[in-house]
Design a protein around this ligand. Structure first.
Ligand code: ADP
Ligand code: ASP
Ligand code: MG
Length: 410
């Protein structure tokens, strides 16, 4: 008998009929003789609606109340799934994050899981109950409801699998695996049979939302093998696992894009020690993550700084940066939300040269201007005008020989 953790995403839970389909799949796994813990997302579109409601109420909703609100979507879907299973004659029980409990830190809307208590789950499993846990949510040590950031149910699933030392962690979604790029943009994308934690981490952090980045960090840290599959068919999916020798032979394994960032430039910043700290510390105190940073060469004691922040934090970030800019005597601040980051990823890049120049050449042949560049040993990212995103992804996918034709997208 194995202990299986399965996670079903928003599209898979998107209607009563789809929840019945999930219930049938869960029942089959149970009937095959497995213990089963199921993590669910809110029904498709529900979290967006809740976020919109909060933003309609006020420009900067209270962080605590925002989490109380957006966590509710999962409470609906978990109980619907439990009802479906019970009506089919199974023992099933749903739990909110705070009932497990899944303990997190207190950084509302981007909380990190710190501890999961397995006592209640294990007791229920012993008497043959199928456990359903709300994804995306937890509770901090002061008793406040917290959420894990958009797409956070993936992280709930992997963390629960790690805490229970589950034999299998399956993430069921609306595509049948991880592809060389988003198959909705490039229909010729190729499904990967397996991908290393590091490549998946880069893909997730560079915008491929098929898995939330923290879920991959958890998987890597605790050695959880994650199987990404479709809830609409029985195709074998993609295994996210430790790097092996085959993976290094592939130069570029994937292309990601991210349209969720915005660029901020600060002009004529005095070029002296401590200035970067003055500029970025208030952003970090406000829990705003800064991604790419470019500092121009100094000219007559002044420099220009450009960096990117999540687009949802742009208003908040601008307010902070404008204040700091005034304090340090910079001449002005401008922002641009019409940007996209396009990245190529592959562990094979570590041992090959010429990948960056090929990327730049391919983009230039299409007349796409590169505004910012950043690299690590296994990825290269370029910021381009948002209107070129799809074109850039398509030409890079083609140029690095990643195309095939067997995509199954719901
Ligand atoms: P869920 O609601 O099941 O969590 P998501 O929408 O969060 O599903 O993630 C699945 C989506 O991720 C797919 O529909 C696909 O458009 C997108 N995606 C982006 N990049 C990739 C990729 N490289 N491989 C597969 N899917 C990807
Ligand atoms: N419902 C949440 C969201 O839409 C969490 C998730 O689906 O993983 O972001
Ligand atoms: Mg998701």
């Amino acid at each position: 008998m194995a202990l299986v953790v399965q996670k079903y995403g928003g599209t898979s839970m998107g209607s009563i009929e789809r929840i019945r389909n999930v219930a049938r799949r869960v029942a089959k796994t149970y009937d095959d003789g497995n213990d089963l813990v199921v993590i669910v997302s809110a029904m498709a579109g529900e979290t967006n609606k809740l976020v919109a409601l909060a933003n309609e109420m006020c420009e900067f909703p209270s962080d605590r109340e925002y989490d109380v609100m957006v966590a509710t979507g999962e409470q609906v879907s978990m109980s619907l799934l439990a009802m479906a299973l019970i009506s089919m004659g199974y023992k099933a029980k749903s739990y909110c994050g705070f009932q497990v409990p899944i303990i997190t830190d207190s950084s509302f809307s981007k909380s990190r899981i710190e501890e999961i208590s397995d006592a209640k789950i294990r007791e229920d499993l012993k008497n043959g109950t199928i456990i359903i846990v709300a994804g995306f949510q937890g509770i901090d040590r002061e008793g406040n409801i917290t959420t894990l950031g958009r797409g956070g149910s993936d992280t709930s699933a992997v963390a629960v699998a790690a805490a229970l030392k589950a034999d299998v962690c399956e993430i069921y979604t609306d595509v049948d695996g991880v592809y060389t790029t988003d198959p909705r943009i490039v229909p010729e994308a190729t499904k990967l049979e397996k991908i290393s934690y590091d490549e998946m981490l880069e893909m997730a952090s560079l915008g491929s939302k098929v898995l939330q980045i923290r879920s991959v960090e958890f998987a890597k840290k605790y050695g959880v093998v994650v199987h990404v599959r479709s809830s609409f068919n029985d195709n074998p999916g993609t295994l996210v696992m430790k790097e092996d020798a085959d993976m290094e032979t592939v130069l570029v394994s994937g292309i990601s894009y991210n349209k969720d960032e915005a660029k901020i430039s600060v002009f004529r910043v005095p070029d002296k020690p401590g200035i970067a700290a003055l500029l970025f510390s208030p952003l970090s105190h406000a829990n705003i993550t800064v991604d790419m940073i470019i500092q121009n060469v100094s000219h007559e004691g002044y420099t220009d700084m450009t960096f990117t922040v999540p687009r949802t934090d742009l208003k908040k970030a601008l307010k902070i940066v404008e204040e700091t800019a005034r304090e340090i005597g910079a001449s002005g601040v401008v922002s641009d939300a019409n940007i996209a980051k396009v990245s190529i990823i592959g562990v094979g890049m570590r041992s090959h040269s010429g990948v960056a120049s090929k990327m730049f050449q391919v983009l230039s042949q299409e007349g796409i201007n590169i505004q910012m560049i950043s690299t690590s040993e296994i990825k290269i990212s370029c910021i381009v005008d948002a209107k070129y995103t799809e074109l850039a992804v398509r030409v890079l996918h083609e140029a690095f020989g990643l195309s095939s034709s067997d995509v199954a997208v719901e």
